[in-house]
Design a protein around this ligand. Sequence first.
Ligand code: UD1
Ligand code: MG
Length: 429
Amino acid sequence: MNIPKKAKAVILAAGKGTRMKSDKPKVLHEIFNKPLLGYVVDAAQNSNLIDFSYIIVGHCAEEVQDFCQKYYPQTTTCKLQSPQLGTGHAVSFVIEDLKGYKGEVVVLCGDTPLIKAKTLENFITTHRKNNADLTVMSAIFENPTNYGRIIRDNNGIKAIVEEKDATFEQKAVKEINAGIYCINWEKIAPAFKELKNDNAQGEYYITDIVKWAVEKGLKTNSFILENNYEIFGINSKAHLAQATKILNDETIQKHLENGVQIVDPQSTWISPETQISTDTIILPNVYITGKNKIGKNCKIGPFAHIRGDVEIGDYVKIGNFVELKKSSIKSHTNVCHLSYVGDSEIGSGCNIGAGTITANYNPITKVKSKTIIKNGANTGSNSVIVAPVVMEENANLAAGSVLTKNLDKNALGLTRSALRIIQNWVKNK
Ligand code: UD1
Ligand code: MG
């Protein structure tokens, strides 16, 4: 039998998310500028054991589909579930596509952004080692209210019972269903056609596949999660803030352990995809989103905003009220005060004067253009560089100038009008 080495993911993302009180679908709400669904797809993709994800969409399906098309065109496909009749009903929408598929399917939720690739890897590996047909991810919660409970006997797990359907005794169980499953598709797929909705919520529950599998004599297992927060589900804006904080605390802790100095972890926000090298100091009130790479011995902040796709060399200073986006800045360059640098390449040993702005966006054509500032070039205070433009090596731009043409090596650009001095002006007035 030819069993694929990698599993397929099915990510449930059709729900409305009423408590978000938003016009936007829940799974497109963002943490560090990345939608919740993006975190889940990335975790699946980065796990090394999943190569493709089916996204079940329903509420605001088009928007969610557009997001997947734009960022994951090769590795995801969306399936429309309309109306939404439950988690088991949702999974049934991949039956057609997976006809004859002999590998595993990992079911995930689009609103649990803190799940880690490594955990999914361990989860699938455990499923394989146990020769299980169905593995349920579970967790031990002191307060299990609202979660499905894992019901066991001596032979392992035999059912999952939803809070609303649970007996008093079952409600006391602290092992909860995390909502993540690893399924041997060939054996379990028929279950999705046989699910019934005779329960308190009148829904087709995915959780009922456990009982189905046990009745068929298949092997069920559970995988108990180590870090409970990984299955933290987002249902409200308050949850969104909490999840952001959890992710930030974890990221900052990792940087501190790696030798980055962070003066005030409470006021520092760093996206998980930002790399920072040793002995760099991050001063208070710094906000960093997206994917970035920051070298060693840099000084960032206070009050700096790094917006993603930024690469910074070693010994670079990024000072207060500086915003950086989609740019590279080589070693020993300073951007110390009040500047905007976007879509730019800045060389090493440059001094970007206070209030320098790279004007990268033409609001009429909507085109963004590039600024290139080569090694040793400097810009004076309050200068504007209207991209596309190149400042060659050691070129200088005088304070208050607006640069609209390329500057040759060692040249000075100066657009300032001549200074007039009127003596005794005050007296004569
Ligand atoms: C589900 C589990 C519960 C578990 C909990 C963990 C069931 C029946 N129960 O409950 O045992 O403890 O997750 O968080 O599965 N969705 C769809 N289509 C639908 C219904 C839901 O795509 O028709 C999506 C939702 O958008 C959500 C996910 O599936 O992302 C889970 O659905 P939700 O209604 O939140 O299930 P829970 O009640 O939390
Ligand atoms: Mg839920």
